[in-house]
Design a protein around this ligand. Sequence first.
Ligand code: HEM
Length: 457
Amino acid sequence: MRCVETPVVRGHPVLGNALRMAKDPAQFFVDCYREHGPVFRIRVLGREQAVLAGPEAAEFLGTQEGRESLRSREFWSGLVDEYGATRTLPGEDGASHKELRDIMRRGYSREAIADRLDELVAITDRNIDRSWRPGTTVPVLRSMQTLVTDQLGELMTGAARPEYVADIRLATTYIINVLVTRQRPRLLLRDPRYRRARRRVLELSERMIADRARVAAGADPGAAPGSAPGIKPAILLDDLMRANRERPTAMPDSDLLICATGPYVAGMDTVANTTAAMVYAVLKHPGVLQRVQQEAAELFARPSITERDLRGIPSIRGALMETMRLYPVAVVQMRTATRNFTFQGHRISAGETIYIGTTVPHFLEEFFPDPMRFDIDRYEKPRAEHLQTGAYSPYGRGQHVCLGKTLADVQMLVTMARMFHRLDLRLESPGYVLARKTSPNPGPALSFRVDVAGHRH
Ligand code: HEM
């Protein structure tokens, strides 16, 4: 079969497409797709890579051909080496990936959080009372990072560890920027601030595991020197430790250490960016805010909330889904070609670095009419625009599709419902346009602040 010549996106002689991509990655890939079609090549700092974009590319990730043609290993090998592990979940493929995913499935599932929604509300309240006081101006992204780390720590690892928030944040930033997306040079890993954060995160892992072992042994972890009081259930950590005990070749000590902090690396920045963007998007649309607050008032009129109750909040769910469509945290999925293959008539060679532009359809008129409009009613039947083939992929696609996606949905729905219920927030001015950053993940800039006009409840 004759192959089509793959277009190369024009760019700066030295920087290639780096600047355009760094400015607004989602828009960059949409523009390229419009100009060049579903396959094109870009150059970033001297490296050329293929991009497969659009609905067919998103679907391709989930097909057998896609699974056999693409692998994730290279993108995560830097992290594995840096932390002395043998493998990580996002960096494995095929049977090895399945084995790890099976070990972690229960811990990352809705089961980990389903009967703990009141606890989630209590953690949110604790953060509101501490950091969102009436009359103050709050840096939204930082505050959401703190809140999310508090939630993930308590719900997934058994105890909130506020003293480690700054270290987790810093280490995660370096991991994503230097080791995974490689937007920054490796030299930065020598930065003493990173070295300290890395040490502290490993120390956190060791503490979590030691505390959990004491719980399993029946000791009161609150009484043990150096351990956090009030240890809670932690399915993920328990399952990881069981695998470590019973199948040490599948989960050696070195991998246990890095897997234990997985929820933070996978969940902190993604959830904080998304919820911060949702704060902006909802405040920017007063009609949406009103509907969100109405549903939240009904939700919290109940003495206790369950997962079932979350089915009755279509406006809040629509606002979250619309935020994830317009402000995707994971714009592309990064892969390497395992073999030569043809996609849409274009030849891709084994060993090539590939970006799969799964979120390009989020911005296409043919899937989402008036795509830049924040329209929270797109997701209810009969419209259900997201259900069109390949249209909506905020959590990725295929075998690496976000393992925590149901948990993340629940976490974000409850958190946002609670915050809009309790807080009277205002944008700097009604005309304010969100300042955005792209590193380590795309999201609201650190400068994004809101005024807390008061507490509603
Ligand atoms: C806004 C929230 C989130 C978004 C947008 C998101 C997005 C994603 C995406 C796109 C991937 C696939 C990456 C790839 O294919 O290379 C992924 C993987 C993953 N996510 Fe999430 N995520 C979110 C929150 C969470 C949370 C809260 C957790 C758990 C606490 C989590 C755990 C994971 C895990 C364990 C994987 C690796 C799955 C695998 O490789 O098999 N995520 N996420």
